[in-house]
Design a protein around this ligand. Structure first.
Ligand SMILES: [Zn+2]
Length: 304
């Protein structure tokens, strides 16, 4: 704006007073319009949370907008709310494109913070679990396909707006993203957060949602519950000793979903707590930070 000022003054100099006045008011109108335009385009979309590897960002834009992240369509609800998830190995930048219903488009280059992931060695895993045979591999494949299909069904209403909590009490015994080595052999990175607790201790829903899976015996995760929180966000609870919910049940944040156990691929009783957005695994601690911040801002707006 400052750069344009000298040009504006020069073009007005030497004209008749009335023409100068008309030109000045026109310039003011143009300036005002451009300011309104810029502000509404910039302030129309609000993002909460940190764009980081394993992280979640909650967005709110104009109703009717279409959103994509690196050209991938993002689920948006009728009020313009959406979520963005970043995988463990997400690139340093991501392009957020918001096509507003009036034809304008907003493009933002998001800087995605890089994180360092640990290496965790786990010994004493039963051999048949660490090195599955052909029959077990076939079972694993079928179960993975079933879970993938659940993650592909997107419900358009956000159910995560009523707050968030840790599903179990206990120390963290395994963080998200660490490179796992089972019995000396490399495995996939850890896809969730492990909370150590005695067998039988309660496990609660981390947020409101709908139970989309309550499986009694999956090869890797044993007794497993998955809860859909809307707009692609799903939580999962693995290695349970008991299931207290059935598929299709509506749950509120804090409701009992099961009990701590060591079913599936586990060397002792603990909760493996997973969070995902679409097919991307997220760090539950990062999701917790974002959804707590979102809840705080919603509560603040209600009070005002
Ligand atoms: Zn785990």
């Amino acid at each position: 704006m400052t750069r344009n000022d000298p040009g504006l003054c020069q073009s007005l100099a030497g004209r008749a007073p009335s023409a100068r006045l008309a030109a000045a008011s026109m310039a003011a109108v143009v300036l005002l319009l451009s300011l309104v335009w810029t502000c509404s385009a910039a302030a129309g979309t609000v993002l909460t949370g940190r764009a980081e590897q394993g992280g979640l960002v909650a967005g709110a834009t104009d109703p009717g907008a279409r959103v994509s992240l690196d050209s991938r369509p993002v689920p948006v609800d009728r009020q313009g709310r959406f979520l963005l998830g970043f995988g463990r190995d997400a690139a340093a930048t991501a392009e957020l494109l918001i096509a507003l219903p009036d034809g304008r488009a907003e493009v933002r280059a998001l800087a995605v913070s890089r994180r360092d992931w640990r290496i965790q060695r786990i010994e004493g895993v039963p051999r048949e679990k660490a090195e599955p045979d052909a029959a077990s591999l076939a079972r694993l494949k079928a179960e993975a396909a079933m879970v993938r299909a659940i993650r592909e069904r997107i419900t358009p209403e956000p159910q995560y707006l009523g707050g968030f909590l840790r599903p179990a009490d206990g120390p963290v015994s395994g963080v998200f993203g660490s490179q796992r080595v089972y019995n000396g052999n490399g495995g996939a990175p850890h896809s969730g957060l492990d909370i150590a607790a005695p067998a039988g201790a309660p496990v609660h829903a981390c947020a409101d949602g709908t139970v989309v899976l309550a499986a009694p015996d999956l090869f890797l995760t044993g007794r497993t519950v998955m809860i859909d929180h809307g707009l692609g966000l799903i939580s999962s609870y693995a290695h349970l000793s008991r299931l207290d919910v059935v598929a299709g049940a509506k749950v509120r944040r804090g409701d009992l979903v099961g009990a701590i156990g060591a079913t599936g691929l586990a060397t002792g009783p603990h909760l493996h707590w997973g969070m995902s957005w679409l097919d991307i695994r997220l760090d539950p601690e990062a999701v917790e930070n974002t959804l707590n911040a979102l809840y705080a801002s919603i509560s603040l707006n209600k009070k005002q």
